[in-house]
Design a protein around this ligand. Structure first.
Ligand code: HEC
Ligand code: HEC
Length: 279
């Protein structure tokens, strides 16, 4: 039954509905890349106000830690134009390049493994449309040992229904925007402590912004509970605290500015459910 209805649904797609579908896919991908996933917060040359116009996604030096010097490569068609959709899917969601090498941190592969099939397809469809920009960057250097893989192949990830729900907020704050990665402290062994300190903050991030400590987003009394939903939303989208002072660090405020009302509200609804924890 299912097969028959799928076939008839496919047959009923006419030449005129296909381009509309493709437009929707690119539009969804553009929105995710530019305003939620903020791929450009690592992959685009930035100045104090955000992405440098005309150089979006052409790659940049991201961060130096004791464990590595990371460069986010050019992901315009000048960089990955030769990769098939399948190869790009495996690179983004499983961290394996077409030549079999592993993509290292801080590319958030552990979280991207749970990107839904349709959002991944949308992101790839959008990447095909960005202008090709040439760039010349060194390769990342890893002094830590990379894992042999990030896990078994990912075959199918279903969509989480969009809405102002905790479930959709968890999907956006995790697999799409990786908020919880910066905002969760590491264990002594160097893994994100999602199991017992999810969202507790306390990571120290050093870079051109100076030294920033990621905020505690759990319901601990002196953490997010101090702020109303409107205040939290404003901090995420403007990078300013309720007292007007500017927040610092690598959080992608200039990207999140364009996040849809429903999506930022879903994220805040999800954050409100995080059990109180301290870093
Ligand atoms: C937190 C920073 C960060 C974010 C956010 C990020 N990336 Fe990456 N990405 C990297 C780094 C660093 C590398 C290279 C790692 C290495 O050298 O092994 C990389 C590698 C890649 C590669 C492999 C490119 C190549 O030539 O090897 C692709 C494709 C990619 N990223 C796509 C994306 C997309 C699409 C997004 C958004 C959905 C994204 N990245 C978000 C940091 C990031
Ligand atoms: C690249 C790391 C990084 C990512 C990704 C990130 N943040 Fe942050 N965030 C920070 C840092 C650092 C601060 C502290 C800034 C300061 O106080 O100057 C912060 C502060 C905050 C604050 C202010 C809380 C308070 O009480 O002061 C909120 C809210 C927040 N982040 C939410 C989010 C959400 C939601 C996302 C995902 C959409 C996100 N962050 C993604 C690094 C990050």
């Amino acid at each position: 039954m299912v097969k028959i209805s799928l076939v008839s649904a496919l047959l009923s797609i006419t030449a005129s509905t296909l381009p509309a579908y493709a437009d929707d896919l690119v539009e969804r991908g553009a929105y995710l890349v530019k305003h939620v996933a903020a791929c450009g917060n690592c992959h685009s040359p930035l100045d104090a106000t955000g992405e440098i116009a005309g150089k979006e996604l052409s790659g940049r030096f991201v961060i130096s830690t004791p464990g590595f010097d990371a460069y986010a490569p050019n992901i315009t068609p000048a960089g990955i134009g030769g990769w098939s959709d399948e190869e790009l899917s495996i690179a983004i969601r499983e961290g394996i390049r077409p030549d079999g090498t592993l993509i290292g941190p801080p590319m958030p592969i552990e979280l991207y493994r749970r990107l839904s099939d349709s959002d991944l397809a949308a992101i790839i469809a959008y990447l095909r449309t960005v202008p090709a920009v040439e760039s010349d960057l060194p390769r990342s250097r890893y002094r830590i040992e990379l894992p042999s893989s990030y896990g078994p192949p990912v075959s199918f990830v279903a969509d989480v229904a969009p809405g102002e729900t905790v479930e959709y907020g968890a999907y956006l704050a995790g697999p799409v925007a990786h908020c919880i990665e910066c905002h969760t402290p590491m264990t002594e062994a160097g893994h994100f402590d999602y199991a017992s300190r999810l969202g507790a903050g306390g990571q120290i991030l050093e870079g051109p912004w100076g030294i920033a400590v990621t905020a505690n987003l759990t319901s601990a009394p002196d953490a997010l509970a101090r702020w109303s939903d409107e205040e939290v939303i404003n901090m995420i989208r403007t990078g300013h605290r309720p007292d007007g002072s500017a927040m610092a660090g690598p959080m992608g405020y200039s990207f999140y500015r364009g996040m849809a009302e429903q999506d930022v509200r879903a994220i805040v609804a999800y954050l409100r459910t995080l059990p109180a924890r301290v870093p």
